[in-house]
Design a protein around this ligand. Structure first.
Ligand SMILES: Nc1ncnc2c1ncn2[C@@H]1O[C@H](COP(=O)(O)OP(=O)(O)OP(=O)(O)O)[C@@H](O)[C@H]1O
Length: 232
């Protein structure tokens, strides 16, 4: 469904990705792993059109991906950044309603009611401002907002970062539920156990290139790859 081929990208003069290639398949979860600074977030930002593609190509469902972030989102890819980027001055309700209005369409898969069914905790916090939420609640809101974009592919950058173990488990179960519903996902994650228990497929990024590709089961058994590329 998403084919990234020979991508070079970076920040201004600084090139970070050096011919990176990977593939994400419909109905499956791909985990992108790698050490700090390997280029995982840069890969996601390039897919989303937040960084310019210097060379290579990115195809989504057989077509070149649009260049602008809003058009990428409209094409069916929702992105939950590491920073979560919820609007701090708006309430939970406003954060959700803005996205629902922008992306809802006539017969959306995801409605306000459905995201609140998935995250009942948000229903209790509807009138709270974005900054009054705990880290876990902010992550739930960021995921709920992404779902209201009715994506065919959901991309998450470090969804467990900074969260308490009990919240990590809850987020895991919710993502597992989405996976069981058939939603395709790409997850960048430092938490090896979290990533490999959700993912079907794994790529490991090292110095701006893919250095290992295989299944989640394979990397769980491959101590050499874990040690060499992840420092596990
Ligand atoms: N805004 C920026 N300007 C310049 N260089 C950057 C910027 N953001 C990241 N980099 C550099 O790009 C490289 C890759 O960063 P990236 O955030 O993609 O790594 P990562 O694999 O996601 O790791 P992490 O888990 O630390 O986020 C690093 O060397 C980093 O210093």
């Amino acid at each position: 469904m998403l084919e990234v081929t020979g991508v070079a990208s970076g920040y201004g003069e600084t090139q970070v990705l050096h011919g990176l290639s990977l593939e994400a398949w419909a109905g499956r979860v791909l985990a992108i792993l790698g050490r700090n600074g390997a280029g995982k977030s840069t890969t996601l930002k390039t897919i989303m059109g937040l960084l310019p593609l210097k060379s290579g190509q990115i195809m989504f469902d057989g077509k070149p991906i649009p260049a602008r972030p809003f058009d990428v989102a409209k094409s069916g890819i929702a992105y939950v950044p590491e920073t979560r980027d919820i609007f701090p001055s708006l309430s939970v309700r406003e954060n959700l309603e803005i996205t629902e209005r922008r992306f809802g369409g006539d017969t959306p898969d995801w409605t306000l009611e459905r995201v609140l069914d998935l995250f009942p905790r948000l229903g209790e916090r509807m009138n709270n401002g974005g900054t009054q939420l705990s880290g876990g609640e902010q992550q739930m809101l960021a995921i709920a907002r992404a779902l209201l974009m009715n994506p065919r592919l959901l991309i998450l950058d470090e969804p467990t970062e900074g969260l308490a173990p009990i919240i990590v488990k809850m987020i895991h179960d919710k993502l597992q539920e989405l996976k069981s519903d058939g939603l395709s996902m790409i997850i960048v994650e430092q938490n090896f156990g979290f990533a490999t228990s959700l993912a079907d497929d794994v790529v490991v990024v090292g110095k701006g290139q893919v250095v290992w590709t295989g299944s989640a089961e394979e990397i769980k058994c491959d101590e050499h790859a874990q040690h060499t590329w992840l420092g596990v």
